[in-house]
Design a protein around this ligand. Structure first.
Ligand SMILES: [Fe+2]
Length: 475
């Protein structure tokens, strides 16, 4: 474990409750535009400690929500652990993991296939956030959501849907369609025939409406989805959730229930958002995907851009076991791949849009589900850094920003109000600065990726996953 190679270990170091901050004004080096008036709320692990034990996978840390509130060129930082059952258990040394660490989601599967008594699904909602009606909720893939106060981040308690839409496994990625003013999500049920259940949540409501139910093939591990004007796109990779392996007594976590079968195809499902009809169900040679970049309709074609991997090695690569021996650089890179599905003619055409390593992609809210030009992402193929990347998906060119020792997390692009260009705005990205042993919030010009401002945090925050910018919130 060399000192320099392990500098980013700070990104896996636990914070403690006494390190929570509330409305902590950050010093700003540079300038944050005055029009930026809202809050970036992100989710991710805050601690990996369960008594004397430690989570074995990055995905299993205890949820801590972080907030960056912007107003008049200033930024204020708040971080707060969700006060969940998992959090309370952790204080007594009980692991509440869901992905690799024993318990949680795996137990949920066991419960649903009737093999185990009912330990409840974990409420450690550490992956993403969303707005549902007037509720701000933290999400994970177990079917439990935790509501929090969007200003103070105080935990409000469990958010429960009032419908009876079945879900044994949920998604943390709800796809927001700002044009049709609804949010799209899906769940997975096991049982004799595993199925995906697609739903919509109209803006202004906290009510799910069933869109379609489609039989699963693996069932595959579907982490994210994409929408176009008319369709929802699910990609089912051949990373199967093996019910048999989930049942095995030696199963140590969700990871052990996964089986990657490179001989099986990946599957694209295109579902009409309004009729619920499956308009395309196509197979293409195996690959793995966590995250979609965007999707849109191009004439009679559906175009889906995503971060594709050659296989599912990345899932194992992100565990601490592997991370303790290698740098991020050793993780297999994801590439920006475009899949074109001609609805009339059949087939799936694959082409590469950007060949460097990237993850945690995002596009401006205004172009989600529509033809677009620019994707922003974390650049993962730098040694001693994770950079920021802007890909022009039409021209297939890219602009990069990186700095040695700085590990950029998921970027979020925020357009300037009245923007007349897609890339008129800023990119917000927290990052770990290993040299200063703390995290910093970085603000970039979205056109050039020039750094505009840098605001150091009072501590190093563990690497997080996903967040959203909420313009309606006060800075
Ligand atoms: Fe994700």
């Amino acid at each position: 474990m060399g000192d320099t190679a392990r500098a980013y270990d700070l990104g896996f170091r636990s914070l403690e409750e006494r390190e929570e901050r509330r409305d902590h004004r950050l010093d700003v080096d540079g300038s944050i535009p005055g029009w930026l008036d809202g809050a970036l709320i992100r989710n991710g692990p805050g601690s990996f400690a369960f008594g004397d034990d430690r989570a074995t996978h990055w995905f299993d840390g205890l949820a801590m929500v972080r907030r960056y509130g912007f107003e008049d060129g200033t930024v204020r930082y708040t971080n707060r652990f969700l006060r969940t059952d998992a959090y309370a258990d952790a204080q007594h040394g009980v692991t509440a993991g869901e992905f690799a660490t024993t318990g949680g989601l795996l137990n949920q599967i066991r419960r649903w296939v009737g093999a185990l008594g009912p330990p409840p699904a974990t409420d450690n909602a550490n992956v993403h956030v969303a707005r549902v009606g007037d509720h701000y909720v933290a999400l994970t893939e177990a079917p439990r959501r935790i509501a929090f106060d969007p200003d103070t981040l105080a935990t409000r308690g469990e958010f429960r849907w009032t419908d009876d839409l079945p879900e044994h496994m949920a998604t943390a990625h709800l796809a927001v369609d700002p044009i049709r003013r609804e949010t799209i999500g899906y769940s997975l049920t096991f049982g004799r025939t595993p199925q995906y259940h697609l739903y919509r949540v109209p803006f202004g409501t906290a009510r799910r409406e069933h869109v379609a139910t489609v039989d699963a093939e693996g069932p595959g591990y579907v982490h994210d989805c994409a929408v176009t004007g008319h369709y929802v796109v699910l990609v089912e990779p051949p990373l199967r959730i093996s019910i048999l392996r989930a049942l095995a007594p030696w199963g140590e976590g969700m990871l052990d229930a996964f089986e990657y079968d490179a001989d099986r195809p990946a599957r694209f499902l295109v579902v009409d958002r309004y009729t619920g009809n499956v308009v395309a169900d196509r197979h293409t040679p195996a690959f793995f995907v966590f995250h979609h970049v965007n999707a849109f309709e191009d004439g009679d074609d559906v175009v889906v851009d995503l971060v594709g991997y050659e296989d599912a090695e990345i899932v194992d690569a992100l565990s601490f076991d592997v991370l303790s021996g290698d740098a991020f650089a050793a993780a297999p890179p994801g590439r920006l791949d475009r899949f074109r599905l001609p609805l009339e003619d059949g087939g799936v055409q694959r082409s590469r849009r950007y060949d460097g390593g990237l993850e945690l992609p995002t596009v401006p809210r205004a172009v989600r589900g529509r033809r677009y030009r620019y994707a922003y992402a974390q650049a993962t193929d730098r040694e001693g850094a994770n950079g920021l990347l802007k890909v022009d998906v039409e021209e297939q060119t890219a602009v990069e920003w990186w700095q040695r020792g700085v590990y950029v997390e998921e970027p979020r692009m925020v357009q300037r109000p009245d923007a007349d260009r897609e890339d008129d705005g800023v990119v917000l990205a927290p990052a770990l600065h290993t040299g200063e042993e703390r995290s910093v919030l970085l603000v970039f010009d979205a056109e050039t990726l020039t750094e505009r401002a840098r605001a150091p945090l009072p501590h190093a925050v563990p690497f997080g996953f996903h967040g959203r910018y909420f313009p309606e919130l006060d800075g």
